[in-house]
Design a protein around this ligand. Structure first.
Ligand SMILES: [Zn+2]
Ligand SMILES: [Zn+2]
Length: 145
């Protein structure tokens, strides 16, 4: 079976280190070499799918790893990036931020809001200030692949 290069970031939680596969429109096969990572991803907050911890990632954190592409009807064959926009509630901070999570395409923004309320996504600002889950209403699909 052919293998394709997918961009991944590795969770920065030392107890987790799970690779987070990122959506990518047309992953090259492993013989084509590593493409450049688009600049729009230069610096972003990402929540790990496994442990829910939030860290800041930069373009140099993106690695390329070989995956067999799942078939069209298999789980994981389509992914989407969701953006959670919020303003830090910490007094004196007020930083405006967008946190990203990767989920299967078709996940509803309500399902993501539920995950936040249940504490499955540890929302915090880039300075580490924890947020109130009930204030995380502004969730949108950023891109689908
Ligand atoms: Zn993790
Ligand atoms: Zn803050």
């Amino acid at each position: 079976m052919s293998k394709y290069l997918w961009p991944v970031i590795h969770c920065r939680n030392p107890l987790c280190l799970e690779p987070i596969r990122l959506p990518y429109p047309s992953p090259p096969d492993i013989f084509q070499g590593q493409p450049m990572w688009p600049m729009e991803w230069w610096k972003t907050l990402f929540a790990c799918r496994e442990c829910g911890q939030v860290y800041e990632y930069r373009a140099q954190d993106v690695r390329w790893a070989a995956f067999s592409l799942p078939g069209p009807n298999q789980r994981g064959s389509a992914m989407a990036v969701y953006g959670i926009d919020f303003v830090c509630v910490q007094e004196g901070c007020g930083t405006q931020l967008r946190l990203h999570v990767v989920r299967d395409a078709g996940t509803t923004t309500q399902e993501i809001a539920d995950e936040i309320v249940r504490g499955r996504i540890a929302v915090q600002c880039e300075k580490g200030h924890p947020q109130q889950p009930t204030q995380m209403q502004n969730i949108s699909v950023v891109s689908e692949v």
